[in-house]
Design a protein around this ligand. Structure first.
Ligand SMILES: Cc1ncc(C[n+]2csc(CCOP(=O)(O)OP(=O)(O)O)c2C)c(N)n1
Ligand SMILES: [Mg+2]
Length: 792
């Protein structure tokens, strides 16, 4: 094992009264055993004892769980306070649930149905698990980074006085699998965290030097240490436990330490798997000439030699507690805890153990070793040689669980009936968005006070500049606007202070979505209601998609304003022109996707959105906007406001029994309008349907099919003739709207973008990609031909 560069001092600190330190340690060690047992048994039960109906392996990670039992037990049963928030590495889910069970926050039934419908989830889930998961995890690296953004959000809420003053700052803690550090998003987040001077952040690395496939490089340790140090983190390395330290202090102990320090990770792992005999053979061969080592080997039988040689600090409760309790400031701290994957289980250290499961015989042996009588596998204290009342009393006093409910509620922020509508004959939806926010910023509404915006270096180019000028940029400290102080003229006034309501990020869309996830959970996590609005260029939704998915998965509430979008971005070219994002909007649960064409529609949607973010059964909102200025209709929008929210309305209603309708979404409205006007000569009853949300229409349609009672889209299309044709058009993938043909079995001619875009102006690009009025008319002509029996 590569030696730590500078082992951190871990001064001992007396553990808190009323229990004496030794008693407390004994209790924690007993419960640690129980957690190892329960997590292993939970997985065993799911795989071997529950009848399989489908022949699939149920799975679960006994080795990954065993690796961090000590760390998680120390955290949850001793170190954490109820204000702390934790992301547990995904495959340690059974450990988390076992701890929750011991604390009375999880039922036996849920453990018995681990990985079955309604049971404890494979990976900790805020929404699917009932035992108070703070951050969902699953896609490695995301939970880790999420804690950094949560720390930032906690500061945002605290510095604005949005949290009760008496409530202390909590620690944002991630228990991290070492291979999670292979995910680039972790380092993006670290750099961003450093820029924002985040505090109260702990990352506890379960350094078992194994990933899924392999044993990791020996040299990794030094890299991890220096990466964290470079970002201003304190690094605390927990390498050897008390037994090994005692051996090092004995005769020739220095040689033993040098030997183990120099032992390659793969050899160390192999010897962990082989046990006492293997250690003895290697130590005799390499150090047998030293009298102290001969004495050491002579004093231990194989079993106790194995126990000493595998006594890494991450499995040594006393060392772990000392290290955690030694930190009493708010500096971001990384604990590198040396561990063994599968510690205490038959496949400990084996490089192939990631998905390994104990077989029946191994489990029987393990059960005997744990002293758990048959039939008492789920009993909370069976096999522990401590009085049950003592264990109960200890658990009842655990500080983490002391305050009862850890999920907080924050009052709903009232949203006015309408938002200010910017005036202007020609405007793009992007400009309209900026002007609406600018107007809100100029007022003093409660709504405006709770909005927080953020953007990954595209604040100005997505039209958030006005809002930021008025509401300022968030920073933990007051900072001067040097350009302003030096009287350099600029349209941007970026006052930075704790009062600022915009969080400026570097260019990393992944970070944007993780920040939105954290901001969007500020009510349950910190009791502060925030209404987050994040802006980015639409094509880069894909760049941060896993984090967006992650944010929605845990029901964070936020608004994404993605602009510009589509080939309508024209001269910027194909690298910046989004195609598939409307399908992302359609497919992502918990995210209502809209693509308004006109600014009055946008104002309706923004207003509705701020309510939807706060509604119990609400969700997040995705607005796909454009920089294309459009002639704005002069009209009263209120009569169609509900339909705009529902996803569509007839801009030009069809005549009863009409044989054709054009259905358009977003910036192609002028082409749809022009084609419609031209068509009226031949088909006077043709309708023009404005689709503001394919996503909402589609979801409502499916609900109607399942539950009966109709749906908005069925009602919209009802006036058309049964054999009418629909021409759909969107600056995005045509599949976004082509399903409309299935609603009432109408013939469908979907237009949209199917190949990568390129530079050009709108007339050229719309012509080449088939979105212009001629393309719509051609499609309509084909539809009419079909109807009259001709071939298209
Ligand atoms: C983004 C992502 N890619 C792949 C996986 C599949 N996977 C689950 S765990 C794992 C290896 C984890 O190794 P490590 O973080 O070191 O955990 P441990 O050794 O504690 O099991 C992989 C590749 C995943 N969950 N997420
Ligand atoms: Mg690992």
């Amino acid at each position: 094992m590569a030696a730590p560069a500078s082992p951190a001092a871990v001064p001992s600190k007396v553990l808190s009264a009323p229990l004496a330190k030794a008693d407390r340690l004994g209790l924690l060690q007993a419960l640690e055993r129980k957690v190892l047992w329960l997590s292993s048994w939970m997985i065993h039960n799911a795989n071997h004892l529950r009848p399989s109906r489908d022949g699939l392996k149920v799975g679960g990670h006994q080795a990954s769980s065993a690796s961090c039992v000590t760390l998680l037990t120390a955290l949850y049963l001793d170190v954490l306070r109820s204000v702390d928030r934790v992301a547990v590495k995904p495959h340690a889910s059974p450990v988390y649930h076992a701890l929750a069970y011991l604390l009375g926050r999880q039922s036996q039934e849920k453990l018995q149905s681990f990985r079955a419908l309604g049971g404890a989830q494979s990976y900790p889930s805020r929404t699917k698990d009932g035992d108070d998961v703070d951050f969902s995890t699953g896609s490695v690296g995301l939970g880790v980074a999420m804690t950094s953004f949560a720390a930032l959000v906690q500061d945002y809420a605290r510095l604005k006085g949005m949290q009760p003053e008496e409530r202390p700052a909590g620690r944002m803690v991630a228990v991290v699998g070492d291979a999670e550090l292979d995910e680039g998003n972790v380092f993006e987040a670290m750099l961003e965290g450093w820029k924002h001077d985040v505090r109260n952040l702990w990352w506890v690395i379960d350094y078992n030097r194994q990933s899924l496939d392999a044993v990791v490089s020996d040299r990794l340790f030094n890299r991890i240490d220096s990466l964290f140090s470079a970002m201003g983190w304190r690094v605390v390395t927990l390498k050897y436990g008390k037994k090994l330290e005692a051996a090092f202090a004995g005769a020739d102990g220095a040689a033993l330490r040098d030997w183990i320090d120099a032992c390659p990770n793969s050899l160390y792992s192999a010897l962990v798997f082989k046990g006492g005999e293997g250690w003895r053979k290697h130590l005799e061969g390499d150090l047998g000439h030293l009298p102290g080592i001969r004495g050491f080997l002579g004093a231990h039988d194989d079993q106790s030699l194995h126990a000493v040689m595998t006594n890494l600090a991450g499995h040594d409760m006393e060392t772990v507690l000392e290290a955690f309790h030694a930190v009493d400031d708010d500096l971001p701290t990384c604990f590198i805890a040396y561990t063994i994957k599968g510690f205490g289980l038959p496949f400990a250290g084996h490089k192939d153990n990631h998905a390994g499961l104990m077989n029946e015989a191994q489990m029987a042996g393990f059960q005997r070793a744990m002293g758990v009588p048959e039939g008492q596998e789920w009993a909370r204290f069976a096999g522990l040689d401590l009085p049950e009342e003592l264990l109960e009393a200890f658990l009842a006093a655990v500080p983490f669980a002391a305050s009862g409910e850890r999920r907080l509620v924050a009052p709903v922020v009232p949203v006015p009936d309408t938002l200010p509508l910017p005036q202007g004959a020609r405007m793009s939806t992007q400009e309209g968005f900026g002007r609406i926010l600018n107007d809100l910023a100029g007022g003093d509404s409660e709504l405006a006070r709770h909005i927080v915006t953020c953007s990954p270096d595209v604040t100005v180019s997505t039209n958030l500049g006005g809002w930021v000028n008025r509401r300022g940029v968030f920073d933990r400290r007051e900072r001067a606007d040097v350009f302003r102080d030096e009287k350099v003229i600029s349209a941007q006034r970026w006052q930075m202070s704790p009062q600022g309501q915009h969080v400026e990020l570097g260019i990393a869309e992944h970070n944007l979505f993780l920040l939105l996830a954290a901001l969007g959970l500020s009510a349950p996590l910190f009791g502060a209601r925030l209404l987050p609005v994040g802006t980015l260029y639409d094509p880069f939704i894909n760049r941060g998609l896993d984090a967006l998915n992650y944010a929605c998965y845990q029901d964070a509430r936020f608004m994404v304003v993605a602009t510009p979008s589509g080939i309508t971005l024209a001269p910027e070219g194909g690298a910046h022109q989004s195609i598939g994002t409307p399908l992302v909007g359609l497919a992502l649960p918990g995210l209502a996707c809209f693509e308004p064409a006109f600014v009055d529609e946008l104002a309706v949607l923004l207003r509705w959105g701020f309510g939807h973010l706060q509604a119990e059964a609400g969700g997040s909102v995705y607005l796909r906007l454009s920089t294309r200025p459009l002639e704005q209709p002069q009209r009263e929008i209120a009569p169609v406001a509900d339909e705009i929210v529902a996803g569509g309305y007839w801009l030009k209603p069809p005549a009863p029994g009409a044989e054709l309708a054009i259905c358009y979404a977003g910036a192609v409205a002028p082409e749809a309008l022009a084609a419609h006007a031209a068509l009226l000569e031949d088909i006077p009853g043709a309708g023009l349907l404005a689709i503001t949300s394919a996503d909402r229409l589609h979801a409502d349609w499916l609900t109607g099919l399942r539950e009966g009672g109709g749906s908005h889209v069925v009602r919209l299309l009802a006036p058309l003739a049964p054999d009418a044709a629909l021409v759909t058009v969107i600056d995005g993938h045509p599949a976004t709207l082509s399903w409309l043909g299935g609603v009432a079995r109408h013939r469908i001619h979907p237009l949209g973008v199917e190949t990568f875009g390129q530079s050009g102006d709108i007339p050229d690009l719309y012509r080449v990609y088939g979105l212009d009025a001629d393309a719509i008319l051609d499609a309509a002509a084909r539809a009419c031909l079909e109807r009259s029996g001709g071939r298209a």
